[in-house]
Design a protein around this ligand. Structure first.
Ligand SMILES: [Zn+2]
Ligand SMILES: [Zn+2]
Length: 362
């Protein structure tokens, strides 16, 4: 019965050697020249032009593994299924699978890389209908710290006010304004090093435009999308303009959720009225007291572990704090929204002139 079906394939349909071999697992093809394979329309003869296109596109990419996907017109699979059901052929790979295997074999051989089903460095997508080929890559995750030794540089890039980050003509479809920030400097560093399209930074805490970040710097996690280069070595970096990067290293993945941290900060505070040393002693109450405040509608509880102060003028003092990350420093000093707070404890409204980060621990 089965032999009967197989022998009839070639009398009824014209099939190429690839399709014959695939369907009946042996090549009974008798060297007759075929005009056009009923199933694949001689797709296997045209793979080289696709391969040339792929090789040209991936020339500048670093990769050890690749994933490949193809989109064939449904009619190919329909004809393949039709023949299989007509001749009761079961358990053989379909035409799409066969095309993929053939392409992957050649890519693997030419580039000395390995095909992987997921999590590959490089992702190749081919659409046969319009002969297009798209290349994407697996993101790179990087951990590092930045130091900021010059004031007046905002940490984050501002979203474009016209489109709110979506991308428009105003922002050249970047979604952000072209202002210089810590974020733009770090992004540009990674973009030029790894030739990635975009960089998304997950900050461990934040600072104001006029704050410095000293010590060994503020930690951050960066996700680099579509990097062309992934083998580059990471070294410490300084832009000689107040920003330097250290501890840079590649990670397998990014941490999920928020990372708890503690910071040591130094603030310069001006009080509206004169302050005495005994008033300042009251600030010790901040130490080991739970601080409570609302953030985004949620009641948050944080701690201050260590507090030191030094009077520098009749109404001015320096305050050093070692505290949980995520406490809004200016609010802690100036506002009523956090209890207890510096202004309340001193019985005089205070203003935070500046505050710097001396150390951040994770
Ligand atoms: Zn064929
Ligand atoms: Zn815009």
């Amino acid at each position: 019965m089965k032999n009967n079906s197989i022998s009839k394939i070639h009398t009824d349909y014209e099939l190429c050697p690839n399709c014959t071999k695939r369907l009946i697992s042996k090549n009974i093809y008798k060297n007759k020249s075929i005009k056009k394979c009923f199933i694949c329309k001689n797709i296997f003869d045209n793979l080289n032009s696709h391969l040339e296109n792929i090789f040209e596109k991936i020339l500048n990419y670093d990769f050890k593994t690749f994933q490949i996907g193809v989109t064939l017109q449904p009619s190919y699979l329909d004809r393949d299924d039709f023949i299989k059901s007509k001749f009761k052929i079961q358990g053989v790979e379909n035409i799409k699978f066969a095309v993929l295997t053939e392409l992957a074999k050649k890519i693997s051989k030419t580039t000395s890389t390995v095909r992987k089903m997921n999590q590959a460095d490089l992702i190749i997508e081919i659409v046969f209908k319009d002969e297009s080929c798209t290349i994407r890559t697996k993101p790179l995750f990087i951990y590092g710290r930045y130091k900021k030794t010059k004031r007046n540089l905002r940490q984050r890039q501002d979203l474009c006010k016209k489109c709110n980050g979506i991308g428009c003509h105003n922002c050249e479809f970047k979604g952000v304004l072209n202002e210089i920030s810590v974020e733009s400097k770090i992004s540009n560093f990674f973009k030029s090093k790894f030739q990635c399209s975009t960089v998304k930074i997950n900050w461990i805490g934040g600072e104001e435009q006029f704050s410095l970040v000293l010590g060994n710097g503020r930690p951050f996690f960066a996700k680099l999308n579509n990097p062309k280069k992934r083998n580059r070595i990471l070294r410490n970096y300084s832009d000689h303009n107040g920003i330097s990067l250290s501890e840079l290293r590649k990670l397998k993945s990014q941490p999920k959720g928020s990372v708890p941290f503690k910071s040591e900060i130094s603030a310069t505070i001006v009080s509206q009225s004169l302050i005495s040393s005994s008033q300042l002693k009251n600030l010790k109450k901040l130490e080991r007291n739970e601080l409570q405040f609302f953030s985004k509608g949620k009641l948050i509880s944080k701690k201050i572990y260590k507090i030191n102060y030094k009077k520098t003028a009749k109404n001015k003092f320096n305050l050093n704090l070692f505290l949980d990350g995520g406490i809004p420093i200016k609010s802690l000093i100036e506002m009523q929204e956090i209890t207890p707070n510096v202004s309340n404890l001193l019985g005089s409204p205070c203003r935070c002139e500046k505050f710097d980060f001396k150390r951040i621990e994770i």
